[in-house]
Design a protein around this ligand. Structure first.
Ligand code: PBG
Length: 328
């Protein structure tokens, strides 16, 4: 042989060695749990497309937020399902609207022990299900929508939010929301920009979860999965407009985009492991076709490895429990 063989396997020999040389480590503080509050519920109720995820009542949302604190999660991302909707999504800017109630109650429950985030988008509140208000021809009116986002940002700030997640993919939304927050005396509220958000089939289960009224599609504002460079442009624009954190969404099918974004920005990078990513693993695991726990951990580890500092995932609480039990 004449030469010493390089033996990478030496460092894979025992669990202790593998743990020592792991390049990526899961920690509860890097995980954010998305949660849904449904108006009018007396008790939590399951979401069929997202087994294990529930529509919360006001009381169960508080309890889940308290649990998120005890698990050491990085934060929660709040969504709400209102009882009534209209063309401009009035519920989003009503101080007594269900999302603003969710934010206020979770804030009251957790104090400063948990980062409280909320979705800043109109789709849950509009009777047509689009992320903005519509023009007479049925297209989304970008700039009229920005005015609604500005008011929604101010309302969420008033309710006590720490971070708003601008998820509507309207041009200029981060800048407009930033200005509205500052004008409302909420300079401290951070903007998590859904910077690179693709028009993905993987949002299907979420749309059921929020009882989406959408009949068409979002291809006119969300990005084409074929594009990579466009994401770098979206990220640049959002950072220029004042984004504090940038996000790539979905996560698993866009790890290449995530890596490129992480390589060029100097703000924290998040990724959203969306409902379809969750549902695919759950469905395969339910049939015994995949090892659920390993698939969950591998998927979240991959997202971190690709460059995400923060992962939004419906498994956040469960994974945090596994970590505390030494299973992850
Ligand atoms: C928009 C929003 C969506 C998701 C998060 N924020 C739906 C959409 O863009 O159609 C999807 C999240 C998921 O699929 O888990 N308010």
């Amino acid at each position: 042989m004449g030469f010493p063989i390089e033996r990478p396997r030496r460092l894979r020999r025992t669990p202790a060695l593998r743990r020592l040389v792991a390049e990526t480590r899961l920690h509860p503080s890097g995980l954010v749990l998305p949660m849904f509050l449904r108006e009018g519920l007396e008790a939590p109720s399951p979401i069929s497309s997202l087994p294990g995820v529930v529509h919360h009542s006001r009381a169960s949302l508080r309890a889940a937020a308290a649990e998120a604190v005890s698990l050491g999660l990085g934060g929660v991302m709040l969504f709400a399902v209102p009882a009534t909707r209209d063309a401009v999504g009035s519920g989003a800017t009503d101080p007594d609207g269900i999302l603003n109630i969710a934010v206020a109650e979770v804030r009251d429950e957790v104090g400063e022990d948990l980062v409280v985030m909320a979705d800043l988008c109109l789709d849950e509140f509009t009777d047509h299900g689009h992320c903005g208000v519509l023009r007479a021809d049925g297209d989304v009116d970008n700039d009229a929508t920005l005015e609604r986002y500005a008011d929604m940002g101010a309302a969420l700030a008033q309710a006590g939010v720490d971070v708003v997640g601008t998820s509507g993919m309207m041009d200029g939304q981060v800048g407009v929301v930033r200005m509205a927050l500052d004008a409302a005396g909420a300079e401290h509220v951070a903007v998590l920009a859904y910077a690179a958000k693709y028009a993905s089939a993987l949002y299907g289960p979420f749309r059921e979860a929020v009882d989406s009224q959408l009949t068409g599609n979002r291809h006119g504002y969300q990005q084409d999965p074929a594009n990579r460079r466009e994401s770098l442009r979206e990220v640049r624009l959002d950072i220029d407009e004042g984004a504090d954190i940038v996000m790539v969404k979905p996560a698993s099918l866009y790890l290449d985009v995530l890596r490129e974004v992480a390589d060029v920005v100097d703000v924290p990078v998040a990724a959203y492991q969306v409902s379809g990513e969750y549902a695919m693993v759950e469905a395969a695991a339910a049939r015994g076709w995949i090892d659920r726990e390993r698939a969950v951990l591998e998927s979240i580890t991959s997202i971190h490895r690709a460059g995400a500092d923060i992962v939004l995932t419906y498994w956040a609480a469960e994974v945090a429990r596994w970590i505390s039990e030494g299973k992850a």
